[in-house]
Design a protein. Sequence first.
Length: 304
Amino acid sequence: MGMNETKNVLLAGASGVLGRHVTEALTRADHTVIGLGRGAGAGVRADLMDRDGLLRAVDGLAVDTVVHAATALRKAPARHRDMFATDDLRVTGTRNLMEAARAVGARRVIAESMVFGYGYRDFGDHVITEETDLFGPTGDPAVERHLEGMRVKEALMLGAGDIEGIALRFGLFYGAGATETLVEMLRGRRLPAVADQGRVLPWVDLADAGRAVALAVEGGRPGHAYNIVDDTPMGFGAHVRTTAEAFATPKPMSVPAWLMRPASYAYRMVRTNMRVSNAKAKTGLGWTPTRQGCAEGLRVLAAR
């Protein structure tokens, strides 16, 4: 593969927050992006859950790379059931999209994956790597449906055999298109900051996430997964407080994590403690975060 060869990229989830950054990064790298989605703005209008409709919609297309960045989320999930449609999309939708990828002659597929696939728990000081840690572990009934979705999506895309597959395991997103929601909630005094109690989570700026996808079109080892996270993990409460500071909003109220229990999914997420290595992405994909961490990234974003 020539390093600057223009490719046709079919992007499922093009209208989403990440999808817009991916489109920008791919276009900058001189690739042609064909958006696939249910909305009127999509180049190819289809629902990933409708196999026959999807195969009809892509009929006659010639595509080099397929990117699966589709979710069913319109806003941040609060309860476990808010994730169910996305879980289904990761299983059934991926199966259908892989069939479509074969139909359009794709040579490579890229999965949008996430670090929570390692499990929603306290990893202590252990630093998670792609090689040493199991992805999609079983045995946790509360989150098994979500983990199964991530596990199956990666297995279908990395283990295709006839098509090269790469998975990008993203940290929590912030940046243009995502942070605005937080700022709006902070301005309306609707977003408290939970007490992290030493817990941290991996983050990544959306623009950096988009760049990782563009790099994976050309580089990376087929059958491999890469953690796409910045260099400085930060607790969820700290992220909220840092956002408030950067955008000069009213200071959020501090609350104990147990107050979030009714928001069952968000509660599990903020109580997760994980440090994730990005060393493999740096060496194997040639990706480095533009911003060292959220504090710097949010300041830059606010200055704009």
